[in-house]
Design a protein around this ligand. Structure first.
Ligand SMILES: [Zn+2]
Length: 257
């Protein structure tokens, strides 16, 4: 895939509208192209901006009726005068514009549960961290360096433990933004595979977990414990990632108690 193709397809890619094969081609290109990588980051920022609650509004139930009514009225008043003159356009254009925005936004949120949206975000965050050469704000294998680094940058203190002895060395930490809030991203490595662990406070204290999800070749495992949400994402083989998850779970439970 070349730059022109990639640039043309990036919007559809960000919106998850492409075939899996096309996704791979785009990812491969973006990975090695600074210009498209920058465009991709920009699109992600716009996409996140669109997801903020303040921009997301529900279409009023009577909107369709009002549009139909306005169009009928306008058609009666000015049948042969053409589209772009007179009252028809004045009345219908703003309503149509509003309807268009609603129609563009509604399918975006419709049909995807908040869990699925978050899975998309987590995978996108993982890919972005690999792509724009921004894996760690604090590159360190020392948990006693990484943990205090988050002080003052987040309103919570993420549990950080090095799992080097178990074969999953900590390589650093960074700030990220997920689920409409700043989160801690802890970066681990296994061979050449990067593991991102996103951590932020959970609303309920219950111990919960979800099934492993796989998206675009990345496995996502999530759970909540000790008042924190944990989302683990990597292209590491699934059994290995499950092992890592178990180690992380037991280490965070021990350090919290
Ligand atoms: Zn390119």
């Amino acid at each position: 895939m070349d730059c022109t193709n990639a640039q043309n397809l990036l919007d559809a890619y960000v919106d998850g509208e492409l075939e899996p094969l096309r996704n791979l081609e785009i990812e491969e290109h973006v990975h090695g192209c600074a210009r498209c990588s920058q465009t991709y980051s920009d699109r992600q920022i716009i996409r996140r901006g669109l997801k903020t609650e303040s921009l997301y509004f529900k279409a009023p139930a009577d909107l369709q009726k009002r549009i139909e009514h306005s169009v009928r009225q306008a058609a009666k008043a000015e049948a042969p005068a053409g589209w772009f003159s007179g009252s028809w356009f004045k009345i219908a254009a703003p309503i149509a514009a509003t309807a268009l925005v609603v129609l563009m936004l509604v399918p975006y949120f419709h049909g995807l549960s908040s869990d699925e949206l978050l899975t998309h975000e987590v995978v996108a965050g993982h890919i972005r961290s690999l792509m724009v050469n921004h894996l760690a704000d604090v590159p360190s294998t020392n948990e006693h360096t990484v943990k205090p680094w988050f002080n003052g940058k987040l309103d919570f203190s993420p549990p950080v433990s090095d799992l080097a002895k178990q074969g999953f060395p900590l390589v650093g930490g960074r700030l990220d933004y997920l689920n409409n809030r700043p989160v801690a991203a802890l970066v681990y490595q296994r061979d050449k595979h990067v593991i991102n662990v996103f951590v932020w406070p959970s609303d309920n204290g219950a111990q919960t977990g979800g099934p492993v999800k796989t998206q675009q070749g990345y496995h996502v495992i999530r759970w909540s414990s000790s008042g924190m949400n944990f989302w683990v994402v990597s292209d590491l083989e699934q059994n290995q990632l499950a092992k890592f998850t178990d180690l992380l779970k037991s280490s965070t439970t021990t350090s919290a108690s």
